[in-house]
Design a protein around this ligand. Structure first.
Ligand SMILES: *Cc1c(COP(=O)(O)O)cnc(C)c1O
Length: 397
């Protein structure tokens, strides 16, 4: 059994804060400051340009990809880090579309994160030629998979409600009609067990600053199924995805396997921060994590529902259909969340009326859940949120 008291001790958690927002930005691992500090002073400071070889900077995107791969059911050599998630969505989608050249439909759902849909719209604008983004309600996705669909592009866990798609079933259905899948694991990686290889997913992408705790601006990742790795066309054909970057050829030739999904210079300091976070992940078993996450979420739902009838559960009640977050609907959800944050319970608000709480066993335990429930109960039953200062919207909610 994973020792979650030990993992919790490896984070800096400010006094008086119950942090239920590790699903938006994970907290700071204690080891990060020294690890990044030495990358700055000893590597950048002393090695200068030679750090690319001597400190292994150039190998970091793959090395981190292998460590992360264990958490998402990807074998070694099939995940690489780099860029931002929005960029990786574009890259995966473009590669996937190129594999089904006779079809024009990208199928997604209305629960997808807007950036994923915007990137698809932008790509369609570039391609012209009759391409279409078709979005249906999340529960209608399975029925909408037909032989006009080129690519099924979904986020496995809905950022608002935490509803979780059945990746294996939808992937099988897509394959049965000749479509290719792109899965966004933004709210999956480090949150729930996932088996990309077992589900036969074609492409997957995700970020490392949410559940994986890589820090603000941490790089994204991309997975390409081994069966496609040497034929996928990397639409964003940067020099570090070239077969021989330092040959400086005038035309592009994709690198071997997942290497071709690299684009340009990797963010080394961010990768060193993520590396320190991955040291914690190395001690975590994903089955233990999932079981603990489900227990925390169930405890939270039971506690809130018993005391706060004004909050309506927006997440699936069945834990098997839910990720590692719990959301409630409340008309004054924005103000209520500001009042909670003022009392140290940090979650976030998603328009129009969702109060969202993330449960992250690495640093949240049952005692934290009980303490959060007590504060939520007080804020809701006394209407402590009903004050003008809690109704002023900040730029980032
Ligand atoms: C968080 C999130 C993003 C954010 O993309 P960035 O490029 O990292 O800003 C995109 N898609 C989904 C599904 C997300 O949850």
């Amino acid at each position: 059994m994973t020792d979650f008291a030990a993992t919790k001790a490896r984070f800096i958690l400010p006094d008086g804060v119950i942090y239920l927002d590790g699903n938006s930005l994970g907290p700071l691992p204690r080891a990060v400051a020294d690890h990044v500090g030495s990358a700055i002073t000893d590597e950048w400071g002393q090695m200068l340009i030679t750090g690319w070889n001597k400190a292994g900077w150039m190998a970091l995107p793959r090395a981190l990809g292998d460590r992360l791969g264990r958490l998402i059911g990807a074998g070694e050599g099939h995940v690489v880090l780099g860029d931002t998630l929005s960029v990786k969505v574009y890259q995966a989608l473009a590669s996937a579309l190129a594999m089904v050249p006779d079809r024009r439909v990208i199928l997604s759902d209305t629960g997808n994160f807007p950036s994923d849909l915007y990137m698809a719209e932008g790509l369609i604008g570039m391609l012209g030629d009759g391409y279409e983004l078709r979005t249906v309600a999340p529960e209608d996705v399975a029925d909408a998979i037909d032989d006009t669909v080129a690519v099924l592009m979904l986020t496995e866990v809905d950022y608002r409600t935490g509803r979780k798609h059945d990746m294996a079933a939808l992937t099988a259905r897509a394959h049965a009609v000749g479509a290719v899948t792109v899965w966004d694991l933004a709210h999956t990686a480090g949150a729930v067990e996932v088996d990309l290889a077992g589900a036969r997913a074609d492409f997957a992408v995700g970020c490392t600053y949410k559940y994986l705790n890589g820090g603000p601006g941490a790089p994204a990742f991309i997975y390409v199924a081994p069966r496609h790795a040497d034929t996928a066309v990397p639409a964003l054909s940067g020099w570090l995805g070239h077969d021989a970057p330092f040959a400086f050829d005038l035309s592009y030739r994709p690198g071997a396997g997942i290497e071709r999904m690299r684009i340009g210079t990797p963010p080394i300091l961010q990768m060193r921060a993520l590396e320190a976070a991955m040291d914690i992940w190395d001690s975590v078993d994903m089955a233990d994590l999932r079981a603990t996450s489900v227990a925390l979420c169930e405890r939270f739902i039971a506690g809130v529902e018993a005391a706060c009838p004004m909050l309506e559960l927006a997440s699936p009640r069945d834990a098997a259909r839910r990720g590692s977050q719990v959301s409630f609907r409340f008309d004054d959800g924005y103000a209520a969340m500001q009042a909670l944050i003022a009392r140290g319970v940090i979650g976030d608000f998603r328009a129009p009326d969702i109060m969202r709480f993330g449960f992250t066993p690495l640093f949240i335990d049952a005692g934290d859940v009980d303490a959060a429930v007590a504060i939520i109960t007080d804020v809701m039953t006394t209407r402590a949120w009903d004050r003008p200062e809690y109704k002023v919207r900040a730029a980032v909610t």
